[in-house]
Design a binder for this molecule. Sequence first.
Ligand SMILES: *Cc1c(COP(=O)(O)O)cnc(C)c1O
Length: 405
Amino acid sequence: MRSKSSKRNKPAGGGKSLSTRAIHAGEPRTKYADSLTTPIVQTSTFTFKNSKAIEDYTKKGKEHFEYGRYGNPTAKIAEARLADLEGAEDCVVFSSGMSAITTTILSLVQSGDHIVITDDSYKKTLEFCKSYLKQFGIECTIVPFGNYEVLEKAIKKNTRFIFSESPTNPYLNIFDLVRIKKIAEKHNVLTLIDSTFSTPFNQRPIEFGMDVVLHSLTKYLAGHNDILAGAVLGKEELVEKVRNLHKSMGGLIDPHCCYLLLRGLKTFPLRVERQNESGLKVARFLETHPRVQKVYYPFLESHRHYEIARRQMTGGGGVVTFEIKGNLSTAKRFLDALKLIYIGPSLGGVESLITHPAMVSYYDYTRKARYELGLTDTLFRLSVGIEDVEDLIADLDKALTRSKS
Ligand SMILES: *Cc1c(COP(=O)(O)O)cnc(C)c1O
């Protein structure tokens, strides 16, 4: 597929608000067979009517699909809609967030280059940068999150980009986008931001001058805990580089999955608005609970990055991280007493999920190594879904009371 990306990002509704665009942007008003919803073009290949059609495509650059790995109409609509929502020139969708992240990184660096990444990035992203990039002669400096002096000093002549997340996992630290833009401009390096935890409802990094925005669509944007998908967004010239490598790496999202993504996107502003509200209510409830030691939520005045969060975000999102009083046994009793909230990784979906990083994502770390990362025995990350917030609070309250031996 030859991309005509700047054109295809014109929203169907034309300059409407985010919630309208989440439903209509990026697709023609009249669709196949006058279908209201987006057709799923379930095909691995596309045909040409005749030799002229081939030549119009290859020689004259006429829009035409060719082979599934190079593009699909259902995926193209998802890309156009996401680009519209994020305010980006272009977008490519992937089969997972990690596929988006690794393909993007590899398309922007060459052997001999250097990158800077903040230390509380997603575990698999850090692992990829630390271990695999080295194999290709790409050097990586991991800097402590929030220390902008150290970050700036880490930039060298061959540094290609700074990579960070905001908010981060699990402490929901906020990366100061205004500050990082100044540093990046001064040193002429690109800025890549994994914006999974914020979504374009709460934060639009491109408006702050970030070059590349990445999403695990698996979380809030698809929103129903039923698919894995990822996206990269940014200027056409950068995204085109990623798209080209994507065609070789092949981390394609299939058309049916794209349909589920598009369906999820329609309600994402509604869901995130509710999750912002419920997240804050749950955070405030936990903060006053006698069995709770500490709560981390960017829109709580007690959060270390509250000021930055209020400046660059619309809401705090649905993730609330907290530490309860007690020890590992207390933590297990608390988990076992939850009746409504499911125990499981992931976040951002309609079902509330709770995870215990020490027992799940970091089970293979020693206790000492975990504590160095701040992942204590009684730390939980709760992803608040869209259930009634009072039901969620009641579930948490009962389980907290029962956790006391
Ligand atoms: C989940 C997640 C990823 C990875 O995305 P997948 O869709 O699981 O591959 C990357 N970054 C962040 C911040 C995430 O939460």
